[in-house]
Each structure stands twice: as structure tokens, then as C-alpha cells.
Design a binder for this molecule. Structure first.
Ligand SMILES: [Zn+2]
Ligand SMILES: [Zn+2]
Length: 185
């Protein structure tokens, strides 16, 4: 069941305000998120957790439409580089993965042509499956269940992200090498 064009346009306006421009990611993100919310049907905004599968434009549309947030642990990022997201109803435990299936003309930078995609049926834009998706204990929202000091750098490590090291709990940066290195001045 698609929603009305006007409903999608209202969602798109919010996405553009947050994301900063109109793009295919916002258009397709509106359709993916609207379908995911329809399928998961959370009774309240607290009932939804979303896993988004890339860190590009579509991620901003999905978080805007669903109200999920990285910092509230309700939005999970999986860097698959794919145009898809999974929507978990935390109360029912039911989860649905929605992916972009749009195969029509690519509008390029033509904003009017982009918006036409909002008028297409669900089947022309997205596809979906019911999936098993359970959050591990340390991925749940709410207060941290574990906080330790890294035995190497001394910095706090939340949420069980530490690993066992020769001197005790160790952060991933110390255990595996970090994405940064400190400049020797
Ligand atoms: Zn964009
Ligand atoms: Zn450390």
C-alpha cells in the first residue's frame, strides 16, 4: 500500500531540510523508510530500530523519516554500500528488510523527474522481505551494560567493545591498530 504523493512530499521536505539538498538518496530513502515503517508498524516511536546499509545520502533520509538516531542506539550502520535498510519492531520482534528496486530512467540532476518517483507504486520502487534480526545484548538502547578502562591507553570503553588483552580489557584501537596515529611533533 503506497502512501499519497502529498505524504511523501511532506517527508521529502523534512529530509531536504536535514540533509541539505534534494537528491536520489532522499527520494529513495523516503520510499524505503515509509515502506519499512508501514511493514514494521511501530505503535510508538520508541518501538522502532533501523539498520541502514550505507553511509551515503539515503542514510539521512531514513533517519529523518523514522526518527531513529545513532546516539540513541536506535539507528545501526552497516557499511555494506547497499541501498537497503531493515526495520525492527522491538515489541513484536518482527523485522523487514526493504531495498531499492527502482530500475526506471535515472533523472540525473532533474529535480522534477526525481520527484516523479514519489508517485510510483511500492512495487516499482522497493522490494522487501521479512527477516530475522535480533539485536545483540550490547547493541540494545538504554544504559550501558559494561564500561571498562582500557589496560593499555586507559580510556573508557563502553558497551562491551573491549577485547581480552595480555594486561586485561583492551580497546580495539590498542588491540587491532587505530584508524589514526598520533603525530610525533
Ligand atoms: Zn544527497
Ligand atoms: Zn586502548
Amino acid at each position: 500500500m503506497s502512501r499519497s504523493r502529498a505524504e511523501y512530499e511532506a517527508m521529502l521536505d523534512k529530509c531536504i531540510a536535514f540533509h541539505g539538498h534534494l537528491c536520489m538518496g532522499q527520494i529513495l530513502g523516503v520510499r524505503v523508510a515509509a515502506k519499512g515503517m508501514e511493514l514494521a508498524a511501530p505503535a510508538t516511536p520508541r518501538d522502532i530500530i533501523v539498520a541502514v546499509e550505507n553511509e551515503r545520502c539515503i542514510a539521512d533520509a531514513v533517519l529523518t523519516v523514522t526518527g531513529t538516531r545513532i546516539g540513541r542506539r536506535t539507528l545501526k550502520l552497516h557499511k555494506y554500500g547497499k541501498m537497503a535498510a531493515t526495520f525492527l519492531n522491538c515489541t513484536t520482534g518482527k523485522a523487514y528488510r526493504v531495498r531499492v528496486e527502482y530500475r526506471g530512467p535515472q533523472p540525473g540532476d532533474d529535480e522534477i523527474a526525481m520527484r516523479e518517483i514519489l508517485g510510483l507504486s511500492d512495487e516499482e520502487v522497493v522490494a522487501w522481505d521479512e527477516v530475522n534480526f535480533e539485536l545483540p545484548e550490547f547493541e540494545q538502547p538504554g544504559r550501558p551494560k559494561r564500561i571498562v578502562d582500557c589496560s593499555v591507553c586507559g580510556e573508557k570503553v563502553f558497551d562491551g567493545k573491549d577485547v581480552d588483552g595480555p594486561h586485561g580489557p583492551t580497546c580495539l584501537a590498542c588491540a587491532q591498530g587505530a584508524y589514526y596515529s598520533i603525530k610525533v611533533l
